[in-house]
Design a binder for this molecule. Structure first.
Ligand code: NAD
Ligand code: MLT
Length: 543
């Protein structure tokens, strides 16, 4: 009989589901870490946790028994997913159970901040009746900026609308049509919104793009008197900048539920006027905890008793044979998605995929899902996988169409992808050399042959003598080594594109120098996984 370990406090609704199921045994063992956690995990087939326990590579080392870890909540940042995947352990989460509670907590912080609820109550505790000191502000008719309009961001936007706030937003993966349905006026960047907002709230994952999304530069341009709220992840607002903004009076208030380091019991923000903080309570409601516990237990028990996999964050439900036969092209599709998402970062509207030659005979739905994974990869709180990526794309109002043609072109198989955005259109096509060498064979109107891995520097230019030498010399001067080079041109002296595979990311000064060449139009740096490095869901077979 499979055994389950409960690693963090779970709501009674989840525990009684476990207790009532005769097909499994379970133990509640909270507060484990280090060696004690490692030996405990090795005694169970399934584990369920919240965010308290840290399941690191060390705590999974040598584990041959554990088959699944379920996170009762959204963020799986406390689980080493790569380590779990390598060991064939499925990691699942419950993405929807705490959406409403977190949205409500955001509103609670906004209201409490605006009406000085916490300091006014503190004054009463100190026997002071300070009616004049705590003058508040209304939310009605104020402008709320929402960054990240996924599940929680959308729930916040609709609720803010009901409070008669004007809602504006930024999310590169939300279509204008969906934004209009939500009553949100979309902006092209966060910075463009800042001069207009009275309140700012963020609901994105913490990524390289969102870390420090509000920093010193944003403090300069934000509307004076703005109030900032963060119920997503610590670090999205630079905490030092918040302190500066409050001290200078540029910011009227800051409310945080999440912190760069957690637990956080000491911060320069604590005690400053206009600050309101809670200890990561967004999902801490009876309803949310009951829902994530019930969803989590159901996922785990179904998996352990029937093999059913849903909401997996580190693998797809593919059987091993299909995965083996398609791995190379799934990788090409994924890399094309990553490439197009970086080539044009404005609002995505639609994608059109074409499969030509032998590829058209394969399961193109999987290839489409893999492309969608790449396209969304940088944007999601939880890395999308082949199971959920296409649905997530459609949920964001991004139209996806595919076309298959079995007649061959220049290659036995080729996959083309076109992304239409608010700014225009980008196109690319890829193929596979051998079993595992993805190649880019078309970029916009240019045919070429470039490696689809590592750091790419793309520079459209006019075909004049000396360009390659000049770019090479500039990069050499900045100690950036060129690994590969490809040029696509329509005709001599015409418009061309150069693609360099670089060993390192070129510094901004090097890019500026490259762009200073009169025949070079612009430069774009694209970061793709190293050759042979696959996303976690593409590495793993079934458990
Ligand atoms: P989600 O995946 O549904 O939505 C995230 C959205 O952010 C997506 O629509 C994505 O397109 C957008 N996005 C990504 N990068 C962006 C960028 N650079 N600029 C603008 N938008 C960007 O996730 P969710 O369930 O809504 O969760 C949002 C956040 O809230 C996550 O960080 C999650 O971990 C956190 N969370 C916190 C609590 C809490 O207790 N405080 C509870 C639940 C979730
Ligand atoms: C989540 O990711 O689900 C939230 O941060 C809430 C939690 O950690 O429980």
């Amino acid at each position: 009989m499979p055994r389950v370990i409960v690693l963090d406090t779970l709501s009674p609704e989840g525990l009684s589901l476990l207790a009532a199921d005769p097909r499994i045994q379970f133990d509640v063992r909270t507060g484990l870490k280090g060696e004690e956690l490692r030996t405990a995990l090795a005694e169970y087939e399934g584990a369920i946790c919240r965010s308290g326990v840290k399941i690191t590579a060390d705590s999974l080392a040598g584990n041959t028994r554990l088959k699944a870890i379920v996170r009762a909540g959204v963020g799986t940042d406390n689980i080493d997913k790569e380590a779990a995947t390598r060991l064939g352990i499925v990691v699942m989460n419950t993405p929807v159970g705490n959406t409403i509670s977190t949205a409500e907590h955001t509103l609670a912080l906004m209201l409490a901040l605006s009406r000085n609820v916490a300091p006014a109550y503190h004054a009463l505790l100190e026997h002071r009746w300070d009616r004049n000191k705590y003058m508040g502000t209304q939310l009605a008719d104020k402008t709320l900026g929402v960054v990240g309009l996924g599940r929680i961001g959308q729930a916040v936007a609709t609720r803010a609308g009901a409070l008669a706030m004007k809602v504006i937003g930024y999310d590169p993966f939300l279509s204008p049509e969906r934004a209009a349905e939500l009553g949100v006026r979309l902006f092209p960047t966060v910075d463009a919104m800042l001069p207009e907002i009275d309140y700012l709230t963020v609901h994105t994952p913490l990524t390289d793009e969102t870390r420090g999304l509000f920093g010193p530069k944003q403090l300069q341009i934000v509307k004076p008197g703005a109030r900032l709220i963060n119920c997503a992840r610590g670090g999205i607002y630079d905490e030092g900048t918040l302190v500066e903004g409050l001290k200078s009076g540029k910011l009227a208030g800051v409310a945080l539920d999440v912190f760069t380091e957690e637990p956080c019991t000491d911060s320069p923000l604590f005690g400053m006027p206009g600050v309101l903080c809670t200890p990561h309570l967004g999902a801490s409601t009876e309803e949310a905890q009951a829902q994530v516990a019930v969803e989590g237990v159901t996922l785990l028990v179904n998996f352990l008793t029937t093999g059913d996999i849903r909401h997996a964050v580190n693998m797809s439900p593919l059987d091993a044979k299909t995965l083996d036969s398609m791995r190379g092209y799934l990788d090409v599709a994924y890399r094309l998605g990553l490439l197009l998402a970086q080539l044009d970062q404005s609002t995505a509207r639609s994608c059109r995929l074409t499969y030509r030659g032998e590829l058209a005979e394969k399961d193109t739905k999987l290839l489409t899902a893999s492309f969608a994974c790449g396209l969304l990869s940088a944007a999601m709180a939880v890395e999308p996988n082949i199971v959920n990526a296409e649905v997530l794309l459609r949920e964001r109002g991004i139209e996806l169409t595919t076309e298959s043609k079995s007649e061959k072109g220049a290659f036995a198989s080729v996959m083309g992808a076109e992304l239409v955005t608010s700014q225009g259109k980008v196109r690319a096509a890829g193929t596979l050399f051998g079993h595992d060498m993805p190649r880019l064979v078309q970029l916009n109107d240019h045919q070429l042959e470039a490696y689809l891995d590592g750091v790419l520097m793309i520079f459209p230019h006019r075909d004049v003598p000396g360009i390659i030498g000049s770019v090479g010399t500039t990069l050499g001067r900045h100690q950036v080594n060129i690994a590969q080079m490809a040029v696509g041109r329509a005709n001599r002296g015409g418009e061309s594109v150069g693609i360099l595979n670089l060993d390192d990311t070129p510094p901004a000064e090097a890019l500026a120098e490259v762009r200073a060449h009169p025949a070079i139009h612009n430069t774009t740096v694209i970061k793709l996984p190293a050759a042979g490095k696959l996303p976690s869901w593409l590495q793993s077979g079934p458990p």
